[in-house]
Design a protein around this ligand. Structure first.
Ligand code: SF4
Ligand code: SF4
Length: 176
């Protein structure tokens, strides 16, 4: 059995306060809580106050190439931008990429030991636009190995295999 963790988003309740972005970026800062920067957040709020648009979007998978089939949504007469609801970390935009390393960001449900009762964006959303649920499903736990491979592939592409290998060797030496 695997545990499925679900953040439910009620767009009508989102008021665009961006507390979720602030706390997410603080949690993922190094050291933890040392800084805030929404660009480091795994949740971003699509934001257009004049059209009364506030849509939280959680970071999803990394993709190497931008897709050439886009969507254009109109909801309650509001037209949203192409790619607006896409969760991908994709070459066509800066969204969901770490501003320092350029590495793709993916939401991780604030997993740590001991586990948090709920992801922090949910805890900090005072208007209940975000709510959290867990359930059990048939199948294996998530593919952590593939996530690590994606991270390493991006680093190698950016810095070259030798630099990455040298850095890993230096870091493991420092730890011993
Ligand atoms: S904390 Fe909640 S209400 Fe505020 S921007 Fe995030 S999702 Fe919207
Ligand atoms: S952001 Fe998403 S929808 Fe837009 S090009 Fe990239 S993968 Fe396609």
């Amino acid at each position: 059995m695997k545990k499925v963790k679900l953040i439910k988003i009620d767009v009508d309740k989102c008021n665009g306060c961006r507390a979720c972005e602030v706390v997410c970026s603080a949690f993922h800062a190094a050291p933890k809580y040392s800084s805030t920067n929404p660009e480091r957040s795994r949740i971003r709020v699509l934001f257009d106050p004049l059209r009364d648009i506030y849509v939280p979007v959680l970071a999803g998978e990394y993709t190497e190439a931008e897709c050439n089939g886009r969507d254009l949504y109109t909801i309650d007469g509001k037209v949203y931008d192409e790619c607006a609801f896409c969760r991908a970390s994709c070459p066509s935009r800066k969204l969901f990429k770490d501003p320092d390393s350029g590495l793709p960001l993916k939401r991780d449900m604030c997993e740590e030991e001991p586990p948090l009762p709920e992801p922090l964006c949910v805890q900090w959303c005072l208007s209940d636009a975000l709510t959290y649920e867990e359930r059990e499903e048939e199948g294996e736990e998530g593919d952590k190995k593939r996530e690590m491979e994606i991270g390493l592939e991006s680093l190698i592409k950016k810095h070259g295999a030798k630099t990455v290998m040298d850095t890993v060797a230096r870091l493991s030496k420092d730890k011993h």
